[in-house]
Design a protein around this ligand. Structure first.
Ligand SMILES: *Cc1c(COP(=O)(O)O)cnc(C)c1O
Length: 216
């Protein structure tokens, strides 16, 4: 299967309200060009330097999404162009994104990452931490970032019931906080192995890599 065919097949299977982020991390620019030619305009990367390099080389009508864990000292390299930062999980990081957005005279859209998996290693806030962050004075004063919703990753397991439980937990938090936060419109959950389940559980944005570009 070609990148183009993979992409078109996945796209045709997505409901209209679900946005596809093509996760191109580790893949060469030639692969991104192939996806671009097939109509894809949203790409996800998990390393800031790699994303910045690809941004330089690719057409300028692309939305670049940072889906990986962000190091505070690297925010400045993506601030001029990034469209959406998925993995924000601290106020300190939000403050830095706000600072760099201000320098670039921009408002940068962000998603807050929620910890839903069993693994200790996955980043993210729990519900209480999310609540504290959104209620804090520091947060209220950040004028150059906008929280557009939430992002989460399920446990890496074959157990569909468990994945479903975790996705529904995130959807539940999303619904609860949407009431108080009218900017909330994006629920980013689902990857190659679990995106159909994620959509059934209310995802509005799926991040798909290997099913489009092949294994890494
Ligand atoms: C790599 C990655 C993906 C895509 O994973 P695939 O299984 O290749 O679709 C999605 N989300 C995040 C946060 C990732 O790091």
């Amino acid at each position: 299967m070609s990148i183009k065919n993979n992409l078109l097949e996945i796209k045709s299977s997505l409901p209209e309200n679900v946005t596809l982020v093509a996760v191109s991390k580790t893949k060469p620019v030639s692969d991104l060009v192939e996806a671009y030619k097939a109509g894809q305009r949203i790409f996800g990367e998990n390393k800031i330097q790699e994303m910045a390099d690809k941004f330089e080389q690719m057409p300028k009508d692309i939305e670049w999404h940072m889906i990986g864990h962000v190091q505070t000292n690297k925010v400045k390299f993506m601030a001029p162009f990034v469209s959406l930062v998925h993995g924000v999980d601290s106020l300190k990081l939000l403050e830095e994104i706000n600072k760099q957005a201000l320098k670039n005279n921009r408002i940068i859209d962000c998603l807050l990452q929620i910890h839903i998996a069993e693994e200790e290693t996955k980043f993210g806030l729990d519900e209480a931490e999310l609540n504290d962050l959104l209620q804090s004075d520091t947060f209220t004063n950040l004028k150059n970032i906008k929280i557009k919703g939430l992002m989460g990753m399920a446990t890496f397991t074959e157990n569909q019931d468990q994945i479903k439980k975790e996705f529904l937990h995130l959807k539940d938090i999303f619904d609860k906080f949407s009431i108080l936060n009218p900017n909330f419109s994006i629920l980013s959950m689902g990857m190659s192995g679990d995106y159909q389940l994620a959509i059934d559980c209310g995802s509005t944005m799926v991040r798909i890599g290997s099913s489009i570009f092949g294994t890494r």
